[in-house]
Ligand binder design. Structure first.
Ligand SMILES: [Zn+2]
Length: 255
């Protein structure tokens, strides 16, 4: 006989949800101690449900869960943060959805995710506080890549290991980092990267958000940073992210 408690408490962020059966919903949650997990909220789609308002997407909640045979059951939910500014602004909402989906793709269920939880919680509240959504997304991408073991090498050529000098370089999707112009002739799958975007990618990688947030960046540099990171992420995930398509759609609509 094990002494396993029947219920447990946790803080969580609601990442995804799927309706099941007549009135139930399965939620994908990110928690600090139990990592990513799926849990069922019984009867949540009934008009009388008291949990419904606390378990919307993009909500940080305190939960009481009961161990179930298949999925754990959410028995109590109390929202802690609903990120109202994110919900009201389409660009912020799109970027919040994007960082969540990206994190979802880079995590597996039931694996401790304390630091990633803090990273996501930070990203959502910082977006809610008015941060530049694109800049925050790039910063998040680099942080997430580092956590996931895919930190791009931006200081030394990934082929000859020589230190990169201030000239236009290449980025190798396969090697996950920069390739100097001399080695570039021997490699395929490279994309060009200018001196400035490379410099700022390094800065984003090494400096805290408080410094990154205050930088002056031209639109061209921002676009090139985004392009390189997106190509790298897509290559890593081997398929286009749905939210990347969503962001493109939003941009087209804004033009
Ligand atoms: Zn080289």
């Amino acid at each position: 006989m094990t002494n396993r408690a029947r219920t447990y408490k946790t803080e969580a962020i609601v990442m995804r949800r799927t309706d099941v059966g007549e009135a139930d919903r399965v939620l994908t949650l990110l928690t600090p101690e139990h990592g990513k997990l799926r849990a069922i909220a019984k009867g949540i789609r009934k008009p009388v449900s008291r949990k419904a308002g606390h378990l919307e997407l993009l909500t940080r909640v305190d939960l009481l869960l009961a161990h179930g045979r298949d999925l754990d059951h959410i028995t109590q939910a109390q929202s802690l943060d609903v990120y109202p500014q994110v919900r009201e602004d389409l660009a912020r909402l799109a970027h919040a959805s994007y960082v969540i989906e990206l994190l979802d793709r880079f995590t597996v269920e039931q694996q401790e995710a304390g630091e990633l939880y803090l990273l996501l919680r930070w990203a959502l509240s910082t977006l809610d506080d008015g941060a530049d959504p694109g800049r925050l997304a790039r910063f998040f991408e680099l942080q997430l890549l580092a956590h996931a073991g895919y930190q791009p090498e931006l200081r030394r050529c990934t082929v000859c290991r020589r230190e990169i000098v201030a000239e236009d370089q290449f980025f190798s999707l396969l090697d996950g980092g920069v390739v100097c112009p001399r080695c570039a002739e021997t490699r395929s799958g490279l994309i060009a990267i200018g001196v400035e975007p490379l410099k700022f990618l390094r800065y984003f990688q090494a400096q805290p958000w408080s410094k990154v947030a205050g930088l002056k960046l031209s639109q061209g540099v921002v676009s090139e940073m985004e392009y390189v990171l997106q190509r790298y992420l897509v290559a890593l995930l081997e398929r286009q992210l749905k939210s990347v398509e969503f962001l493109k759609l939003i941009r087209r609509q804004a033009q």
